[in-house]
Design a protein around this ligand. Structure first.
Ligand code: AGP
Length: 614
């Protein structure tokens, strides 16, 4: 995942930036770069594809000298990993440089505007538009204070960003803005720093300022001026953090699980960016892990997976059948390997695994290969056993997932499978994604929708009080939201040790309805979709038996929310992506219930992150 570091002060910036980037390496990246403002008034940018060693070799050959600088590690989203796409990005004059984490949702119209006035773009990234737009605005208003220009340009950007801007015309100053991805300032003696993660700052200072969304900062060696984007002053007192190295990696969150839930808007973008251009609708065949020809020729798909990954497979079945009209079976790996599995060359076997090391899934894929079936792994850990075993890898780019309860790996699996469904649709001659397709627009909007879902946290925290004492909880959903209900139940079970079950809402009347009384909380997914009316009737059956109903509904819901005891309004998005957004409140609910019960959220009893035994 992308990392940011910046320095302003009396020391040479380059070694500080490189050290900061090294400390951010664990997040994963595919290119890196720094920009340093020299005493001659020129900004020197050094960038390189690949590991930091490539960058440092270039820096050693020609060390840039200067006391203000910014550095970045990039994990490709818009555009492939390459030197041109690496940050920092410059404007056409080369005097404005920018590093950016996140996604600029409206970069295309802004880029078109700038291209029309002859601004030459040099990368495929959305981030370059920030530098170019600032440069163009400076050219239009040469007398305007630089900070004002940055502020005005940023207020035209929609989407998510943590941005640091440096101008050759304002030495000793960095501008920092946040809307979504984390960014933290480090306050030193006669120097100040900025980074996307406190880990990069702790060797210099423990006095940190955690910025909030909408903050805009003018940072010099001696001052920190925080305002809102509209210029209104904001107060952000520094906090002295007592962290050790491991705690620091949590980036200020109390648990890895909380951090990983919060990272979802960013990691879904990274998962998409490697595989599909939102601009053109073209898939990268290499990144999809399977050829269109194979997808056109197969008679069916069999998914093998365990736990949360198995739930992702169930959503994938729904999408592949609906969008690409290919029959899909989803099996538990541990069952598949001990059955007559009847797969062969015309069955694509898809193994889903966050760790890539789960013994049952490794064994299931090995059996499938032995039977002559082509195999694909939806895997988060590059180089893992499954990544090495399968014929092709459809990688999720969730970054390291430390919390035992899987969260961001699940949502990236859902995104990867949605992409596979549209890729298979094209391969099977059922239609291709044209620019502007609602699915592409849904993908572009996904990070914002996830951010809105995360904003439900205070309401969910409140709700967790009532659920913390429950003995059992029933989760209901239909269609693609049935597996989301299963996942919600698994999360609660795993980390709070409350018994929970997920059920298809329409199946409830065939048994579980016997459990319903005033003591049993029922958490129901009722988004506005083709099955909404059916779900609403099922939920009336719950209320008729005095069940305590918590309903997740779409904005403007007029039915279920009138009789549910508690309602959470979940942002609406393209139907193929709705499960990605709908699961977030359930992750947060499990997290807060577990915290309230004093459970070890990151390392629940009896569970391992990677189950390498049968
Ligand atoms: C998820 O919260 C669980 N810890 C577990 O069910 C997990 O999804 C399962 O063990 C499969 O792991 P994998 O994705 O690494 O193969």
């Amino acid at each position: 995942m992308c990392g940011i570091v910046g320095y302003v002060g009396p020391r040479e910036a380059t070694p500080i930036l490189v050290d900061g980037l090294r400390r951010l390496e664990y997040r994963g990246y595919d290119s890196a770069g720094i920009a340093v403002l020299g005493a001659d008034g020129l900004v020197r940018v050094t960038r390189s594809e690949g590991k930091l060693g490539n960058l440092t070799a270039r820096i050693e050959a020609e060390p840039p000298s200067g006391r203000t600088g910014i550095g970045h590690t990039r994990w490709a989203t818009h555009g492939r990993p390459s030197e041109e796409n690496a940050h920092p990005h410059r404007d056409a004059s080369g005097r404005v440089v920018v590093i950016h984490n996140g996604i600029i949702e409206n970069f295309l119209p802004l880029k078109r505007e700038l291209l029309a006035r002859g601004v030459p773009f040099t990368s495929e990234t959305d981030s370059e538009v920030i530098a170019q737009a600032i440069g163009a605005a400076c050219a239009d208003a040469p007398e305007a204070p630089f900070g004002e220009v940055v502020r005005t340009v940023l207020s035209r950007m929609t989407g998510m960003y943590a941005v640091v801007v440096l101008s050759a015309d304002e030495p000793g100053v960095l501008y920092v803005a946040k809307n979504g991805p984390p960014i933290v300032l480090g306050l030193g003696a006669d120097e100040n720093l900025v980074a996307s993660d406190a880990t990069a700052l702790l060797s210099h200072t423990r006095d940190l300022v955690f910025l909030e969304d909408g903050d805009f900062v003018r940072l010099t060696a001696a001052s920190v001026a925080v305002t809102a984007l509209d210029g209104a002053p904001r107060s952000r007192p520094a906090r002295r953090v007592p962290w050790d190295a491991v705690a620091a990696e949590k980036g200020g969150y109390p648990h890895f699980m909380a951090k990983e839930i919060a990272e979802q808007p960013t990691v879904v973008v990274e998962t998409v960016g490697h595989k599909l251009s939102l601009e053109t609708g073209h898939f990268s065949e290499d990144a999809m892990g399977v050829s269109p020809k194979l997808l056109a020729d197969v008679d069916r798909v069999v998914v093998v997976a365990c736990g949360t990954s198995w739930h992702a497979g169930l959503v994938g079945k729904f999408l592949l059948e609906e969008v690409a009209r290919v029959p899909v079976e989803v099996d538990y790996s541990a069952e598949f390997r001990y059955r007559k599995n009847l797969v062969g060359p015309r069955t694509l076997v898809v193994g889903i695994s966050q760790s890539g090391e789960t013994a049952d899934t490794v064994a299931a894929l090995t059996d499938a290969k032995r039977a002559g079936a082509p195999t694909v792994g939806v895997v988060n850990v590059p180089g893992s056993a499954i990544a090495r075993l399968v014929d092709g890898v459809l990688a999720t780019h969730a970054g390291p997932e430390i919390g035992v309860a899987s969260t961001k790996a699940f949502t990236t699996q859902l995104v990867a499978l949605a992409l596979l469904a549209y890729y298979a649709r094209e391969a099977r001659g059922l239609g291709r994604l044209e620019p502007g397709d609602p699915f592409l627009e849904g993908l572009a909007h996904l990070p914002v929708a996830l951010q809105q879902a995360l904003a439900l946290e205070p309401a969910i925290e409140k709700l967790s009080r009532a659920l913390a004492h429950a003995r059992d909880v029933l989760y209901l959903g239909r269609g693609a939201h049935y597996p989301v209900a299963l996942e919600g139940a698994l999360k609660l079970k795993e980390i709070s040790y409350i018994h929970a079950e997920g059920y298809p809402a329409g199946e409830m009347k065939h048994g579980p309805i016997a459990l319903i009384d005033g003591e049993l909380p029922v958490v129901a997914l009722a988004p506005r979709d083709a099955l909404y009316d059916k779900v609403a009737s099922n939920l009336r059956e719950v209320k008729a038996r005095e069940g305590r109903l918590v309903a997740l509904v779409s904005p403007g819901d007029e039915d279920v929310s009138t009789f549910a005891d508690e309602t959470l309004v979940v942002p609406e998005i393209h139907p193929a992506l709705q499960p990605v957004v709908s699961v977030v409140p359930l992750q947060l609910l499990a997290y807060h219930v577990a915290r309230r019960r004093g459970c070890d959220v990151d390392q629940p009893r009896n569970l391992a992150k990677s189950v390498t035994v049968e």
